[in-house]
Ligand binder design. Sequence first.
Ligand code: SAH
Ligand code: SF4
Length: 357
Amino acid sequence: MKKSIYGLTLDQLKEWFLENGQKKYRAEQVWDWLYIKRVTEFSAMNNLSKECIQLLEENFVIQTLKETVKQESADGTIKFLFQMQDGNLIETVLMRFKYGNSVCVTTQVGCNIGCSFCASGLLKKSRDLNAGEIVEQIMKVQEHFDAQQKDERVSHIVVMGIGEPFDNYTNLMGFLNVVNSQKGLAIGARHITVSTSGIVPKIYDYADEGLQVNLAISIHAPTNELRSRIMKINKAYPIEKLMASIDYYLEKTNRRITFEYILLHDVNDHVEEANQLAKLLEDKRHLSYVNLIPYNSVDEHDQYQQSKPEAIMAFYDALKKKGINCGVRHENGADIDAACGQLRSKQIKKEKKKATV
Ligand code: SAH
Ligand code: SF4
């Protein structure tokens, strides 16, 4: 299969041109066509020689994703379901905020971490996405804006779709380089957030990259006993090891970390857990922000319910009282299966049903 050209960093493309007997400035011309003019055919790149276009066509593809579903919610959230070249389905979500347009990208087909509340983890990982497939999700959403001729752009990215980004580390780094590059989409590093369930060795690596990209940690529980119950990854990387890696990250980068905390009714939403969480974050509260996430119910996980609004408020108040910065995430696209992996798992179920009738 030909490679996706979106997966190459500018330096990699320059090198490729040199190796193929071309001048390296060709790479910048190609990037201008891809990310500024945003053409989707090599033949449209009319300042390149015929030979150069042919060489590109023989070795690369530009578009590999086919849009199969586009669901728009009343609040402007749009959920896209894409089919990849091998037939696998992935989802990408566009959320509109006052501060800009944020896209949530998928990094793997399924997820092996298997958190007990998550729709993505229901389907074992069948493969990693390559860097080009992650970049192309952004290009597809940008294409949606371009088609409306409204001069809007993707300004923010959250790596919070299906998959564990730190279990696909090299492709994640390639993706971040491409979307952040000044010669390409130029999406500011501080406008990008990567979320992990806590793959400790990769948190150390990430700290060493020296990036300005934000980090979010899915913490979801303040004690090993409770966290291991809802996230089995905690057995491999328990809270003390996780916190040590976070301390290293904070020391290296001095950048604020977001802690994500899904509130599950009567599981982890008591004031006692709020106080335990506050204690856990006490020594780093000047560099912490806790994002309280109302649980989005998943059909297959009927052991969990969304916390009551009173419990959410009490949890929030308890954190605030201890001086922890926090907020409650407002639900985007509540009417369109916005929890990660939900649209995809529904679509797969539908297809299975079709196949059996
Ligand atoms: N694998 C990474 C990134 C993708 S999940 C991680 O776990 O951090 C992104 C976020 O969506 C995580 O905080 C995850 O816990 C949350 N999430 C998963 N299922 C959810 C659900 N049913 N309702 C609300 N949030 C959910
Ligand atoms: Fe994977 Fe994240 Fe879902 Fe856990 S929450 S199963 S790590 S996608």
